[in-house]
Design a protein around this ligand. Structure first.
Ligand SMILES: CC(C)(COP(=O)(O)OP(=O)(O)OC[C@H]1O[C@@H](n2cnc3c(N)ncnc32)[C@H](O)[C@@H]1OP(=O)(O)O)[C@@H](O)C(=O)NCCC(=O)NCCS
Ligand SMILES: [Zn+2]
Length: 263
């Protein structure tokens, strides 16, 4: 079920003892749009003072006239408390769990799941059938091909779930850094303390990642190996010496060992 346009409100106390009211529409807090008010401590009866109520009504009206910030297909399930940035699109049958954070201008393809402790930056593109589990972070402009798999449990046991039996291990985080691409059907095995896919790296289709991937590396195979280097724009770059540039976009790079960076 998709939430209809909903206005909700939340009252918290600021550190200086004021009550702070945050109005929300479609689970997005309108804090930076002047849609919250501060007022002195609640009156004796514990109710909101009249003057504050008036301004709350005005603010509610103006929020109601604001265009919806993101778009979700009617079959998508967006749970209350999920934070979804402006311009993001959520396609058929995808589910966004309470607490999940998704930045602006993302595309969540069909049949994806974003769990409550997963985070997506801005401009992230998920194709279809992708589960982004708790502790998976996808930085800005990460691309994930169809049916790619993240994991957060290195030795899962149905009988001994990590939450109930922390002595048997813990869930592990994965960080996919800015601009990286994960090919179709690739599998990212989590690691202690954290699996890292470097920025602008390109993970080939079907690869199984058991080692961290350096920035700008192309990795393929099972288990995956570095077979080359790739520019931010997606074209291969070749290092005949320690420096090179992309023949398409002319970005310049330097390499030392398996470390590549932009000049
Ligand atoms: C990894 C990738 C970028 C390499 O492309 P490329 O640079 O044009 O690679 P080439 O075709 O020149 O292949 C180079 C070598 O890697 C091998 N190779 C390429 N892709 C591979 C893959 N996914 N898995 C295993 N080996 C692969 C090739 O067989 C070749 O091996 P060889 O040198 O022994 O002959 C590409 O194959 C890939 O997997 N892209 C991801 C596509 C995808 O999943 N898109 C999702 C959205 S549609
Ligand atoms: Zn380039």
């Amino acid at each position: 079920m998709i939430l209809e346009t909903q206005l909700s409100q939340e009252i918290t106390k600021t550190s200086s003892g004021f009550n702070k009211l945050i109005l929300k529409k479609d689970n997005l807090a309108y804090e930076n749009l002047h849609s919250f008010v501060y007022w002195d401590l609640l009156n004796k009866k514990g109710t909101i003072p009249k003057e504050a109520l008036k301004s709350i009504e005005l603010i509610k009206k103006s929020i109601n006239h604001m265009p919806k910030n993101y778009w979700a297909h009617k079959t998508a399930n967006i749970q209350k408390g999920a934070r979804i940035g402006k311009g993001t699109k959520v396609w058929h049958n995808s589910q966004i769990i309470n607490g999940a954070q998704i930045g602006e201008d993302c595309v969540i393809g069909h049949n994806c799941l974003i769990q409550s402790r997963a985070k997506l930056g801005k401009g992230v593109k998920l194709e279809s059938n992708i589960d982004v589990w708790d502790l998976v972070i996808l930085e800005d402009y990460v691309f994930v091909g169809p049916s790619a798999v993240f994991t957060n449990d290195i030795n899962p046991r149905a009988k001994y779930p990590k939450k109930k039996y922390p002595q048997h291990g813990q869930w592990l985080p994965t960080l996919v850094r800015e601009g990286a691409t994960i090919g179709a059907n690739a599998t990212i095995i989590s690691a202690k303390p954290k699996r890292i896919i470097g920025k602008w790296a390109l993970v080939g289709a079907g690869a199984v990642i058991v080692k961290d991937v350096p920035d700008y590396a192309i990795v393929v195979g099972v288990p995956s190996k570095v077979i080359g280097w790739v520019c931010e724009c997606g074209n291969k770059i070749n290092f005949k010496s320690t420096r090179t540039s992309c023949r398409i976009c002319k970005r310049k790079y330097q390499k030392k060992g398996d470390k590549v960076w932009r000049l």
